[in-house]
Every structure is written in structure tokens, then in C-alpha cells.
Ligand binder design. Structure first.
Ligand code: IVH
Length: 681
């Protein structure tokens, strides 16, 4: 490799070894995490070989953490290979309705006497996996790989909630291999990338890569923290049970506890199949996960067998493919937004391009580090990806298309809104405007405060928020509660009716539950779920406001960074003042209790520790409250029942010391279903 040879000249071996290790780590990352190798295998091998030779010639440079000690010269040795007992086939594609009809004609001519039913399924854009169960217990999970041989990712799949660890109901077969797609939902993908952008970690290109990378982590703890899900859609093989059709297979999968996509339909007529494809292409946008087409399967297994396969593609199924969600266009310029916590977010101004039927003009660029890492330059032709209804992103530049006129981009040195000099705190990836009174930050803050997931003040859109700020009627969220219709009528274009409606909406927001109020405050790292966790642990705003970093960190699911951010926010006098005024305005200050005073669990206190597999903790707690129970913020003598999920924490030790009754998830499920305390588990 010429580049390496040139670079080596005149460089001392220690520096070169460092350089190589760095470069190889990056390629490992591209391969394992991003699932997107940047160089051919042969080139990677050459880098490894050069490093190995240098280490051999200079034993003093050897190191235990050198990539040569781990990869053995080959990529992909992290997981054991698994041969699939029944090959995992792929699908032929149809890109038009005509091609779909042609497929059907071919099929009908091959099995002229058969009655043909179709099962139509969304084609999930994730990665195919095979899950093996012995006597109903999950024993092995493998990726599809090349269809013949995949990788053993059992430990990682165990951390995915949707994957049943045990089949739920009869008939339990001796052996079963269920198949399906592991995917990341669009919102989870965006949240993960946002978190990575904050941390300065490389970003995932799309939900599919993100799911693949997350599943192929060498450390299952990393996988456990990724928003992975499963849709099961096939039985690879089953012993001791006869299954005659795809629809029967799907029913069985659902009975066993696998998530089966509710959009799957069964049709008799090809016309309805066409309609389904058209409808699904339209619906694609509003689904919370990505689909790249529709899979059409002949229902009867007997007919499937008769039709057989051509090479790796069965004749009995076809994928109707949607247009890709990626397109290339030119990056015209880069602009910046100031976020609610002062983060400076660069965005791409693009030559308008249609991506999956929607015109894209703007796309996120996350942060300066990511722009540098991907080496995106103004004037570049770039690949743009649009995931569901989340913000499009620039994936990468097409370096080969450069003509030399492209410009390297640098973030502005001063805030475009208030002119304050921007800072990039040590160890952080995001550049920030440090001015808490920055008008752009105020605007975003209030916009967030009134948004649907927060205080949900309908009718208070962007333009009106800006107008209220410009006219000095508000400058923080608490001011909203001091507005009167008379104030609003002083604004241009505001009529009496809309003024009254807005005041009513503001008034109504006072009953929003405490976790929404905490979320609305706009504290860094406190998203809706974190707010819920905070409120679970600190059921009044006063308790939360007084909590120390240590107390906050001790709460379930709250990390150090969040704890620090909450404590720092609550400590600031201007924020304290806002909290006090919100209190005086009459906002919800205590966690809402749905406790039924006469419920079957009234007077009983519960606490959940560890991970639940079948229900979410939030759902379980809501249901328990509906039955009259109280959920304790922590382990104490007042807890009557501790529900113990997978990998429980120290609460279990404490419960044992206190002699508290401990029960498992199965017991909990019985309780939630029957509404009465089951016998001990
Ligand atoms: S059936 C022979 N059903 O599409 C049957 N596959 O291009 C092959 N996929 O590797 C699998 N959703 O990763 C099937 N509802 C669905 C699917 C689906 C997504 C993926 C799967 C497979 C690829 C084939």
C-alpha cells in the first residue's frame, strides 16, 4: 500500500506502531460497530502484518492491548461461527407492480391446480436472526451471516427484551428455531446517535447499521443499552409439531410469546396484495421503525415445497421493494442552530433532493467532530439518509467526486444569536454558547417546555413563542403562567378567541403529571424516560430539587452525568426562582397517584428491581397503582413485596436482610392479570 509506505519514511518505529494501532482500531470500529468497513480486507491485513512485523523487530514496543493480540490477523473472530441446520434463504425482488404480477403468473403456471393464499408482511429493515429453543428454553441465537453460516450472538440476544427466554405457552416443541428481524426503532436510533454526538463517539449511518453494530458488540452490556427489538416472521424448523402454513406459523409464534407484526395480513386475491403494497408504501413514513418493502409469501407450506427454490431464493416468496431512503445530492452550505441547552448544532443546506418520496433540503450534521471525522466539505456530493419521520442526516461525502473546489468547514467562533464567544468544554464533543440568557436558547427552551411531550400547551407554536419573547411578555417558562388574555391581545394579529383558547390551554397544563413538568424544565440529559425515573425516585418536586448528586445517582437508571446535570440545574438561583414561581402558579408538585383507595392492593407497597422481560417497568407500575398499590422510591421496611427481575441490584440484598417478600416476574404477571396476590413463587 503506497500510502503506508510513504507515511513510514522517516518515521521512528514507536510512532509508526502508534499510528498503525490507531488506524487499525478505527477500522475495527468501522467493521464491528458501524458494520461499514472503509477499506478492503486485504488492505486491513496489510496493516496488521506491518504492525506485527514492527512488533517482532522491536519487542520493547509490544503491548497487551495491541490489536495484533486480539484479532489474530483476521476480522470477525469475536463470535463463534454457527452453521444453520436449515439455510436462511434470501428473497427475489420486485420493484414494480408489473414485476409482482409477473412473479404471480410464474407461480400460478408452476402450480396450476393449487389454491393460492398470500401472507403479506412488512419487510423490516434490520438483520435476520435465528433463535433456537430446546424444550422451550432459549439456548442459541445466531445472525444470518451468509445464510449457511452465521455468528453466535446468544449472549447479546439475551439482553433484547423482545426475545422470549422461555416459550410462554403450549404446545412446547422439543426443538424450535424461530426466525425474525432484529431492528432499532427510528426514535431509539435518533436518541442513540444524539447521545453519541454529545459524547463525541462516531455516529451510526442508519437504524439497520446501528442494529447490526449493536448486536455484534463483544460486550453484551453494550447491547443491553441499545434500543433493539424483534419481529418474528418464520419458523426455521420445529420438532414434534406439524405446522402447515405461514399463517399457522405466525399464530404459533405469537402464542409462544414472540412479537409478531400486527400489520401482517392474509389475502386470497392478488389485487388485494397490490393494494396492500401501495398502502404500506404510504404508511411507511408514519411507522416507528424502518421498512424497505413488503414480503409476499405463499401461505401453504405444501405449495411452498412444491415450488421450491432457485439457488438461494425461494420461488414461493418475493420482496416488493420500496425506493431507498438514501440519495445523493450536493452540500451547498452549513448553517448552525443553537439548542435549548446552548449546544451549537450544525446542519447541512442541501441541493433539494427527493428521498423516498419526500423533498429534503436540510439535514443534521450533529457536531464539528463528526463533520471532521467524515471529512464532509462544503461543495461535496453527499449521501443523505432519511429515517421515518426523524431529521434526515448526512451519511458521508463521495470523495471520488471531488474537483478540489470543496471547502473545509469550521464552526463559527461566536454565537450566531447573541454573539457570545463559543466554548467547547474539555472532553466534550459539542460546542456551546455559554450565555444562559442567549435569546436562541430561551426560544428553544420555551418551545420545549410547551411541546406535546412536556406541558402540552396547544396553540403555542414557534411564531407565537417568538412573538411573546420579542414583546417581552415572557422570558422564561414560568412567565407563561402570568399571562392574561389582555396581555395577549396587545400582540399583532391575536384575536380574542385565540387569546382565550391559549389561556385555557396554559391553565389546563397545570394538571400535567410531575414527570412531564420535570421533563419540561429542559435539564440537560433529562429526556422523558429519565424524568419518569427521577419522579419514581423523588415523588415530589421539592424532594427532587433538594436531592444531592449522590442521592440522584442512587436512583434506578440515573447515571452520574445526569445526576450532576440535575443537581447543577437545581442549584442555580434563577432556576430555583423559576421552580418557585411554577409552584406558586399551581403546577403538579407531587407524583400522580392512581392508587385506588379500595383497590385489591390498597395498603400494599411494591418495588421492582432488575430487568423485566415481558412487561415494561412503567406499565407494571402503572397497573400496580391502578390496583391500589404504592410504588416505593427505594428499598425500606415499608416495602411489602420486592419484584426481582433479571440482574437485580443491591435492593435484593437489602430485602433479604429485612425479610421482605421477594417475588419473580411470573408472580407479578399473575398478579397483574388476576388483580389478587398469588401464592408465593
Ligand atoms: S422471510 C425466504 N419475512 O429480508 C424467506 N424476511 O431479503 C426469507 N426480512 O434476510 C425471509 N422482513 O432479513 C422475511 N417479514 C419478513 C422480513 C424479512 C425483513 C429480511 C430478512 C431477510 C431479507 C431477505
Amino acid at each position: 500500500m503506497e500510502v503506508t509506505a510513504n507515511r513510514t519514511e522517516g518515521i521512528d518505529p514507536a510512532t509508526r506502531v502508534d499510528q498503525l494501532r490507531h488506524e487499525i482500531e478505527q477500522h475495527n470500529y468501522n467493521y464491528f460497530v458501524l458494520d461499514n468497513p472503509a477499506i478492503p480486507d486485504a488492505e486491513y491485513d496489510r496493516l496488521i502484518r506491518e504492525l506485527r512485523e514492527l512488533e517482532a523487530a522491536h519487542p520493547e514496543l509490544q503491548a497487551e492491548d495491541s490489536p495484533t493480540q486480539r484479532v489474530g490477523g483476521q476480522v470477525g473472530q469475536g463470535f463463534k461461527p454457527r452453521r444453520h441446520p436449515v439455510p436462511m434463504l434470501s428473497l427475489a425482488n420486485a420493484f414494480t407492480h408489473e414485476q409482482l404480477d409477473a412473479w404471480f403468473k410464474r407461480v400460478s403456471s408452476l402450480v396450476p391446480n393449487a389454491t393460492i393464499d398470500f401472507v403479506v408482511e412488512p419487510k423490516i429493515d434490520g438483520l435476520a436472526i435465528a433463535l433456537t429453543y430446546g424444550q422451550g428454553v432459549f439456548t442459541l441465537g445466531a445472525t444470518r451471516g451468509n445464510g449457511i453460516e452465521g455468528e453466535d450472538v446468544t449472549a447479546n440476544l439475551r439482553t433484547v427484551k423482545d426475545v422470549p427466554k422461555r416459550l410462554r405457552a403450549e404446545p412446547i416443541p422439543d426443538r424450535l428455531e424461530a426466525r425474525g428481524e432484529i431492528y432499532m426503532d427510528s426514535e431509539g436510533f435518533e436518541r442513540l446517535n444524539q447521545r453519541r454526538a454529545e459524547e463525541g463517539a462516531p455516529l451510526f449511518a442508519n437504524p439497520r447499521n446501528s442494529a447490526a453494530g449493536s448486536l455484534r458488540q463483544l460486550d453484551p452490556k453494550v447491547t443491553a443499552n441499545r434500543p433493539l427489538h424483534l419481529w418474528a416472521y418464520a419458523i426455521g424448523y420445529v420438532e414434534g409439531l406439524s405446522v402447515r402454513s405461514q399463517s399457522e406459523a405466525l399464530e404459533l409464534l405469537a402464542t409462544w410469546g414472540f412479537p409478531v407484526n400486527p400489520l401482517i395480513e392474509k389475502y386470497r386475491e392478488m389485487e388485494l396484495v397490490h393494494e396492500y403494497c401501495t398502502a404500506m408504501a404510504r404508511r411507511r413514513e408514519s411507522l416507528p421503525y424502518e421498512i424497505d418493502g413488503v414480503v409476499i409469501k405463499i401461505n401453504s407450506f405444501a405449495v411452498q415445497e412444491e415450488l421450491g427454490a432457485v439457488g438461494r431464493e425461494p420461488r414461493w416468496a418475493i420482496a416488493f421493494k420500496f425506493p431507498p431512503l438514501q440519495a445523493t445530492t450536493r452540500l451547498l452550505d452549513v448553517g448552525v442552530n443553537v439548542g435549548r441547552t446552548g449546544a451549537i448544532n450544525p446542519f447541512a443546506i442541501l441541493e433539494p433532493v427527493i428521498v423516498g418520496g419526500v423533498t429534503v433540503r436540510l439535514a443534521t450534521l450533529h457536531n464539528e467532530l463528526d463533520i471532521q471525522r467524515k471529512d464532509i466539505r462544503i461543495g461535496d456530493r453527499v449521501i443523505v439518509h432519511r429515517a421515518g419521520d426523524v431529521i434526515p442526516q448526512v451519511v458521508k461525502p463521495i470523495v471520488e467526486d471531488r474537483d478540489g473546489s470543496e471547502q473545509v468547514y469550521h464552526l463559527p467562533t461566536h454565537c450566531p444569536s447573541c454573539g457570545t464567544e463559543l466554548v467547547r468544554p474539555e472532553g466534550e464533543a459539542m460546542t456551546r454558547c455559554p450565555n444562559v440568557a442567549c435569546p436562541a436558547q430561551r426560544f428553544r427552551w420555551i418551545e420545549h417546555f410547551v411541546s406535546e411531550g412536556a406541558m402540552d400547551i396547544r396553540g403555542l407554536g414557534e411564531a407565537l413563542v417568538q412573538m411573546l419573547l420579542d414583546h417581552h411578555l415572557i422570558h422564561d417558562p414560568a412567565d407563561l403562567y402570568e399571562l392574561t388574555a389582555k396581555h395577549l391581545l396587545t400582540l399583532p394579529g391575536i384575536k380574542e378567541k385565540s387569546a382565550i383558547n391559549l389561556i385555557t390551554a396554559i391553565e389546563r397544563s397545570k394538571t400535567r403529571p410531575l414527570d412531564r413538568v420535570v421533563f419540561a424544565l429542559g435539564i440537560r440529559f433529562v429526556g422523558d424516560q429519565t424524568a419518569e425515573r427521577l419522579v419514581n425516585a423523588f415523588p415530589t418536586m421539592d424532594l427532587l430539587a433538594r436531592a444531592s448528586i449522590e442521592q440522584l445517582e442512587a436512583a434506578e437508571g440515573i447515571g452520574r452525568k445526569t445526576a450532576e446535570a440535575v443537581a447543577a440545574w437545581m442549584e442555580r438561583p434563577d432556576n430555583r426562582d423559576i421552580v418557585r414561581r411554577l409552584h406558586d402558579a399551581g403546577l403538579t408538585w407531587k407524583a400522580e397517584r392512581h392508587d385506588d383507595p379500595d383497590g385489591p392492593l390498597t395498603g400494599k407497597t411494591f418495588l421492582i428491581t432488575g430487568r423485566l422481560e415481558g412487561v415494561s417497568r412503567g406499565q407494571a407500575e402503572t397497573r400496580l397503582r391502578e390496583l391500589g398499590a404504592r410504588i416505593a422510591p427505594g428499598m425500606s421496611k415499608s416495602v411489602d413485596y420486592l419484584i426481582v427481575g433479571a440482574e437485580p441490584g443491591s435492593k435484593l440484598d437489602r430485602a433479604r436482610k429485612l425479610g421482605t417478600s421477594t417475588q419473580d416476574e411470573v408472580w407479578l404477571v399473575h398478579l397483574l392479570e388476576d388483580g389478587s396476590i398469588p401464592p408465593d413463587s
